[in-house]
Design a protein around this ligand. Structure first.
Ligand code: GTP
Ligand code: MG
Length: 495
């Protein structure tokens, strides 16, 4: 495969043909601009600068930090580019298709996608410099305003490539951060994303200084930095930006630490009540939230978009035998999750490590579900959750290739196929959860007076009822319960 081989199935989510047609129409427009530009040096310069223009109206608390705003721009019309270093052509295409799905989730329109075969990314411009020129042509042809690279680029690579293609260049990390930022709901989630974004941004501030202020000052005043009298020259400005970002990061870390304490308290309360916990983990878009809905009837946001869920949602659920447990939905995993994001989200993933059982949901309709399983397990290892028993839930059985499902069932020790949509396999799953949840430790027999009805209902919800009989003097229960409840029942212990 060569550099400019476009990937035909990239746009599959949004009717590629219409998309293509749009792109072709746009092509003409972009092309005519370009011709104008060549005719007139002045105009060419202006269109160049327009391509790197600052878009107004993006909210950020750091209102003066224009470069931060610039890096956080919503993506619009994008061209994807990947460097294919190992594996098959199919691997490279899958990876770029996933990048396309991510870009679409972020709200971008994917115009084209290209991969370059190389031993390793070019240290200066990620793709080779000649190819970067070709990429510039594709950008012009398609009228793209952003290039998205399928990897994490060094600050230098980002800047150099930007200088060649003359539009904004972002990498996979920035894209994921952008999606996280759009979807974070809770205060803690938002703060964590924001912190990760700043961390990412800090070494990537370009320090355009003068050229940037020239653009923003508007025409007219000839001197650089016309309308920006309050700002010093580039060097000072970037120093100020860095300092302010660092200060904001420190403040944010303190706030996150406080919020974490609040969550910890809640979690300990759950543990004190000895309610067993089940965590639903899995690759993004596997159907975790759908499964939670199916298992508990909870109304959790389900979207055909990656990373619809960023904040863990915990629900109460009941096994067929009537034992209560908690079910926690978690943020989806993705390959090459940027390292500082793993850090930022460690707190929400800790929930997985603390649980009594992991439902590892995998999209059975994915071409290679094994890859997703492996990617998720890597993160599970990362957060030290290897001791927690795991049930592999092969979801979307209604649309999955039966051969793929069979292969998974054969290779995974503890797996079953379900469909969150149709409900197939859900009863078996509920029964399996019941069987896998830790059993309460103490077997008791107690005659609980009718005045202590609350104790009996606790036995129902927190323990495992073996038998119950209503006698003249009270309820005679035989059950397995946890230590604390056993102690509460001790005064009524049947002889
Ligand atoms: N055909 C089919 N589609 C499903 C099934 N379960 C979920 N989906 C679809 O898969 C998409 C993703 O579902 P979600 O439940 O949001 O997935 P998730 O794992 O929570 O995704 P994130 O929170 O974004 O990581 C949605 O379009 C669902 O309608 C299923 O059993 N069959
Ligand atoms: Mg979800």
């Amino acid at each position: 495969m060569t550099f400019s081989s476009s990937l035909p199935h990239l746009g599959q989510r949004n009717e590629p043909t219409t998309r293509r047609a749009d792109a072709l129409m746009e092509e003409d427009v972009a092309w005519s601009h370009e011709i104008d530009g060549e005719r007139d040096g002045e105009q060419f310069d202006r269109s160049d600068r327009a391509a790197l223009r600052r878009v107004a109206g993006l909210s950020t608390e750091l209102q003066d930090v224009t470069e931060v705003e610039y890096r956080q721009l919503r993506l619009e019309r994008v061209v994807l580019v990947g460097v294919w270093t190992s594996g098959t052509a199919q691997d490279a295409e899958n990876s770029l298709a996933e990048l396309a799905a991510l870009a679409e989730t972020a709200g971008a329109e994917v115009l084209d996608g290209v991969v370059q075969r190389r031993d390793k990314p070019d240290p200066a411009t990620y793709i080779g410099s000649g190819k970067a020129e070709e990429l510039r042509d594709i950008v012009l042809e398609t009228g793209a305003d952003t290039v998205v690279c399928d990897g994490e680029l060094s600050p230098g690579q980002l800047i150099h490539l930007e200088d060649v293609v003359k539009v904004k260049v972002v990498d996979r990390t920035a894209l994921i951060l952008d999606i996280f930022a759009q979807h974070a709901k809770s205060r803690e989630g938002k703060a964590q994303v924001s912190l990760a974004q700043m961390q990412y941004m800090l070494p990537r501030l370009r320090g355009w200084g003068q050229s940037l202020s020239r653009q923003m000052g508007g025409g007219g005043s000839g001197s650089s930095g016309g309308g920006m009298a309050t700002r010093g020259p580039g060097e000072t400005k970037i120093e100020t930006d860095r300092r302010r970002i660092r200060e904001k990061m420190a403040k944010m870390r303190r706030e996150i630490a406080e919020m974490k304490t609040g969550r910890e308290v809640k979690r300990q309360e759950r543990r004190r009540n000895q309610v067993p916990s089940v965590a639903i983990a899995g690759y993004t878009n596997a159907g975790k939230s759908s499964l939670l809905n199916r298992l508990t009837g909870a109304g959790v946001l389900v979207e055909n978009a990656l990373f619809a869920t960023l904040d863990p949602t915990v629900r109460r659920a009941e096994t067929p035998s009537g034992r209560q447990y908690t079910l926690a939905d978690t943020v989806g995993f993705v390959r090459h999750l940027p390292h500082h994001l793993v850090e930022a989200f460690r707190s929400t993933m800790e929930e997985v490590g603390d649980s009594d059982l992991i439902l590892h949901v995998v999209d059975g309709a994915h071409p290679v579900p094994e890859e997703q399983l492996a990617a998720v397990r890597e993160v599970i290892r990362d957060v030290g959750a290897t001791d927690v028993p795991e049930i592999v839930v092969i979801n979307k059985a209604d649309v999955a290739d039966p051969l793929v499902v069979q292969r998974l069932l054969r290779n995974e020790q503890h797996a079953l196929a379900v469909s969150a949509h149709s409900g197939a396999g859900i009863e078996e799953l509920l029964a399996l959860i019941d069987a896998e949840l830790p059993r309460p430790a103490v077997e008791v027999e107690a005659l609980v007076p009718y005045t202590e009805g609350g104790l009996v209902s606790r036995v129902h919800t927190e323990g495992e009822l073996l038998s119950e009989e209503h006698t003249e003097t009270g309820t005679l229960v035989r059950a397995r319960v946890h230590d604390e409840l056993a102690a509460a029942l001790r005064p009524y212990a049947a002889a």
